[in-house]
Design a protein around this ligand. Structure first.
Ligand SMILES: O=c1ccc(O)c[nH]1
Length: 348
């Protein structure tokens, strides 16, 4: 559905205000060839209207010769910032970077954040951005979820389909994604609405049974057959099933990287305005699939890198897998029960 520039300027103004952008602060809009022109045009207007000093840094696209998908989250790690001293200096000197290019999971992103710069990723199309505008309520909901994560020693995920996955946690920090950056050094992704952490290195174990309707990203596919994964000492050691399993195995084989099979971030969706079915209403190249990552009650786990939380794994292969109908327990207490997000007294 087309979005008017007026609506998109209002959306950016809302998000930049939640991000506490102040007059005279330096905003650098990071762009590349895949940047959506309306997202860029309206970001510049909104930031300028709020009195910021606005720059634009346009960088050439990279990794085309490696990636088997045009999805900006499909091939991670190296970015146009790798080795680019001038660009890094500009970004580290900015108060806020609007990433309309995708730096996610890159060492450069971590270095920029460490300088106190805030980074907000916004690469979904305008119609998704305006539909999933962040709110202070989202921040509260995600904060409650990650507080439970932070206090726990083990996440245990089960499902009627046969998933039984044990995830000792505590070695890595928690990450909150609520769609705006209101503290120095914070990264976030607009749109979102979920929290996660990473399993203790080498300690995830058990079995994951992906059921019909579970989603693979960046494939943007709903499974039509089950995929079974064996998890041992933090890595997926077997991926079996039918055509869906073959397609996933074939895609991951292309990276020829054993680190791609590591369990990466683990958490659950809390965004009540995102829906499981939405992904099916878009062409696969129109969206990153953030509705799928954020819908309330999913169990979201991923494979591949963990450098975003201070780990050392920077593999380029990154698979996000939102699952339905799982029960997620923290130290024996349900936080999601058969795909339903628990809240308030239900969490007792
Ligand atoms: O916002 C995101 C997107 C992808 C991902 O793996 C984590 N967070």
């Amino acid at each position: 559905m087309p979005v008017s520039d007026a609506d998109m300027v209002r959306a950016w103004t809302h998000v930049l205000t939640l991000s506490k952008l102040k007059p005279q602060e330096v905003v650098t809009v990071l762009t590349s060839d895949g940047t959506h022109p309306q997202t860029l045009r309206t970001a510049l207007i909104a930031a300028s209207n709020l009195g910021a000093r606005v720059n634009r840094l346009d960088l050439p696209p990279v990794n085309a010769e490696h990636a088997h998908s045009r999805d900006s989250l499909a091939y991670l790690g190296t970015t146009p910032l790798t080795g680019n001293r001038a660009a890094m200096a500009a970004l580290k000197e900015s108060d806020l970077v609007l990433d309309l290019m995708t730096l996610l999971f890159s060492p450069e992103q971590m270095e920029i954040l460490e300088s106190g710069t805030k980074i907000l990723l916004a690469v979904e199309p305008p119609e998704v951005l305006v539909r999933l505008l962040p709110s202070l309520e989202d921040k509260v909901t995600v904060g409650e979820a990650t507080a439970l994560l932070k206090a726990a020693k083990e996440m245990h995920v089960t499902s009627r389909a046969g998933t039984d996955l044990r995830l000792p946690i505590g070695e890595f920090p928690t990450v909150q994604e609520y769609g705006f950056v209101d503290e120095p050094g914070r990264w976030d992704h607009w749109p979102s609405g979920f929290g996660f952490t990473f399993p203790n290195e080498g300690q995830a174990s058990g079995r994951i049974v992906l059921d019909k309707g579970d989603i693979l990203l960046p494939m943007k596919s709903y499974l039509t057959s089950q995929i079974e994964m064996t998890v041992e000492r933090g890595y997926v050691t077997a991926i079996t099933g039918g055509l869906d399993a073959d397609l996933l195995n074939d895609y991951m084989d292309a990276f020829a990287d054993p680190e791609a099979y590591a369990i990466s971030h683990i958490g659950w969706g809390t965004q009540k305005r995102a829906r499981w079915s939405t992904l099916g209403l878009y062409d696969r190249e129109q969206t990153l699939g953030m509705d799928a990552r954020a819908f309330a009650g999913n169990f979201l786990f991923s494979l591949g890198p963990n450098n975003e939380a201070g780990g050392s794994r920077t593999t380029a292969c990154h698979i996000d897998i939102p699952m339905r109908n799982c029960t997620v327990r923290l130290d024996g207490r349900d936080v999601v029960r058969e795909g339903k997000l628990l809240a308030g007294k239900e969490l007792a």
